[in-house]
Structures are given as structure tokens and as C-alpha cells.
Design a protein around this ligand. Structure first.
Ligand SMILES: [Zn+2]
Length: 137
């Protein structure tokens, strides 16, 4: 979930962490588990949807390249093409720890009926403690 901070720029404000539903090599998205955190985010941001909204999905590619898999592409297209969601775009953020423990990431942007393109990431120094939602069994 993020804030629109400038032309084509968004700041990640909150994220959810899903502790089940995946394997070593596959991520299984559990939609029902994001609803409560999403509602809370919209309450906190006073339903100002043009400024604060759902941005997309993230997961780690801890043992793989920071490129979306075919399953990742399929999942993200299903999300962006979902008429109930009505998104103009969604992003997929992939992260991993580098050799020296640094956070590395990639962003892929999906739009309805269009090809994907790579976004860029700017790591900011945090000025506040991030809220986080633990989702576990
Ligand atoms: Zn993936």
C-alpha cells in the first residue's frame, strides 16, 4: 500500500507479510488475508484513494534472480485485469538480500491490456516506524 508522491512516483507506506501459502520456489497469494489490512489502511488515510491506495504485491526471490517468473506474470495480470479491482496499474516488487546483506529489489509494472515495464526503486531512510501486519496460521 502506498502514497502517490509525484508524477509516476509512489512511496510504499505499509506492507503485509504472509507467513503461509508458499513453498521454497512458489508464492501463493492469499487474497482474503489482505482485506483487513487494506481496510485499515483506507481508514487511516481517510479513503483518499487517489493519493493512498493498493500498489501491488511483493515477495522475495531469495534464491532466484530478481525477475518475475511466468507464474508471477500470470498472477499479476489476473490482478490488474480484475474488473472488481479496477486498477490502472499494479506493481510487483521482488526483493532479496545481497552478498553483503544489503536489500536488493526490482519493480515490474503491469497495466491492463499492455505489456510490462520495469520501474525503479529509491530506498529512503525511514523517518517513522513502519506499521506491519503479521499474517500467520
Ligand atoms: Zn516470484
Amino acid at each position: 500500500m502506498g502514497e502517490h508522491v509525484g508524477p509516476d512516483a509512489f512511496r510504499v507506506q505499509e506492507l503485509t507479510i504472509q507467513h503461509k501459502g508458499g513453498t521454497f520456489a512458489a508464492f501463493v497469494r492469499m487474497v482474503t488475508e489482505i482485506i483487513a489490512p487494506l481496510r485499515a489502511f483506507f481508514e487511516t488515510t481517510k479513503h483518499h484513494y487517489t493519493k493512498f491506495n493498493y500498489l501491488g504485491e511483493w515477495h522475495s526471490h531469495h534464491s532466484f534472480m530478481l525477475a518475475p517468473s511466468n507464474q508471477d506474470h500470470a498472477t499479476m495480470y489476473n490482478i490488474v485485469m480484475d474488473p472488481q479491482l479496477g486498477a490502472h496499474f499494479v506493481v510487483l516488487l521482488l526483493v532479496k538480500l545481497g552478498d553483503r546483506g544489503q536489500l536488493e529489489g526490482s519493480v515490474t509494472v503491469y497495466q491492463p491490456n499492455k505489456g510490462v515495464f520495469a520501474g525503479s526503486i529509491v530506498q529512503e531512510r525511514s523517518t517513522k516506524t513502519m506499521s506491519k501486519y503479521e499474517i500467520s496460521a
